[in-house]
Design a protein around this ligand. Structure first.
Ligand code: ATP
Ligand code: AMP
Ligand code: MG
Length: 196
C-alpha cells in the first residue's frame, strides 16, 4: 500500500453539515497553513452522470432511482473521483449509506474505496434533533423527513460503514462532532486531519 495517501473521505448523514464543515476547514488550511485543498463532491460527480443520461433533474432525485442504476452511476463517479484525486490534498465529500426506496445503498463499496485509497475516513456526527432541525431549515435542498429515532439508527449504521472502509483500506477512522453553532470547532479538527 502507498505510504503517501492524500485523500480524506468525509461522510455523515444528510444535513449533518459535511459540506459546511468542509468549506470552513478548506479556508483554515488556506489561511493558517497556505495549503490548497481540492474538494471533490461525490454527489456532484454522480449528478453529472445521471443528468447527462437524462435520468434526473436535481441531485435529490438520485436516491429515488432504481438501485441498480445508482450503483452503475456510483461506479462511474468513483472512477472519475479516483482519477481527479491525484493531487496534493483532497477531500471527498460523500455518504457511507444512502437511504433508497430499497434500503441503504452502501456509499463506499470495496471497488470505490480500493481505487481511492483514503488516508482517513472522517465521520461527521451531530445530535439527531439538531440534524432534523438543520434539514428542515435548509431550503436549498429537498431532504427526506426522518423520525429522530431513525436519524439515530442511521448514524449508528454509518459508524459501522465507516469502520468497514477502514478495514478494507487501512485508513484511519475519525469521528468529528459538529455541534450546533460550532462549525469552526469541527472544521479545526478536520483541518488537523488534512494537515497531518
Ligand atoms: P447533504 O448530505 O445533504 O449534502 P450536508 O451534510 O452536506 O448535507 P450541509 O449542507 O453542510 O449538510 O448543512 C445542512 C444545513 O445545516 C445547512 O443549512 C447548514 O448551514 C447547517 N449547519 C451545518 N453545520 C451547522 C452547525 N454546526 N450548526 C448549525 N447549523 C449548521
Ligand atoms: P450530497 O450533496 O452529498 O447530498 O450528494 C447528493 C446525492 O448524491 C446523495 O443524496 C446521493 O443520492 C448521491 N451520493 C453521494 N455520494 C454517494 C455515494 N458514495 N454513493 C452513492 N450515491 C451517492
Ligand atoms: Mg453536502
Amino acid at each position: 500500500m502507498s505510504e503517501s495517501r492524500n485523500v480524506v473521505i468525509v461522510t455523515g448523514i444528510p444535513g449533518v453539515g459535511k459540506t459546511t464543515v468542509i468549506n470552513t476547514a478548506v479556508e483554515i488550511c488556506k489561511q493558517k497553513h497556505g495549503e490548497d485543498v481540492l474538494v471533490l463532491n461525490f454527489g456532484t460527480e454522480m449528478f453529472e452522470v445521471a443528468s447527462k443520461a437524462g435520468q434526473v433533474k436535481n441531485r435529490d432525485e438520485m436516491r429515488k432511482m432504481p438501485t441498480s442504476q445508482q450503483r452503475d452511476n456510483q461506479r462511474l463517479a468513483g472512477q472519475a473521483i479516483a482519477e481527479k484525486a491525484r493531487k496534493a490534498k483532497v477531500i471527498v465529500d460523500t455518504h457511507t449509506l444512502i437511504q433508497t426506496n430499497n434500503g441503504y445503498l452502501i456509499g463506499l463499496p470495496e471497488w470505490v474505496v480500493r481505487a481511492i485509497q483514503p488516508k482517513t475516513v472522517v465521520l461527521i456526527e451531530a445530535d439527531s434533533e439538531k440534524i432534523a432541525g438543520r434539514r428542515s431549515s435548509d431550503e436549498t435542498r429537498t431532504r427526506d423527513s426522518q423520525a429522530i429515532s431513525d436519524i439515530q439508527i442511521h448514524q449508528e449504521m454509518c459508524r459501522a460503514a465507516a469502520i468497514s472502509v477502514g478495514t478494507l483500506t487501512g485508513a484511519t477512522v475519525r469521528r468529528i462532532m459538529n455541534r450546533e453553532g460550532k462549525v469552526e470547532e469541527a472544521a479545526a479538527e478536520l483541518a488537523q486531519t488534512l494537515m497531518e
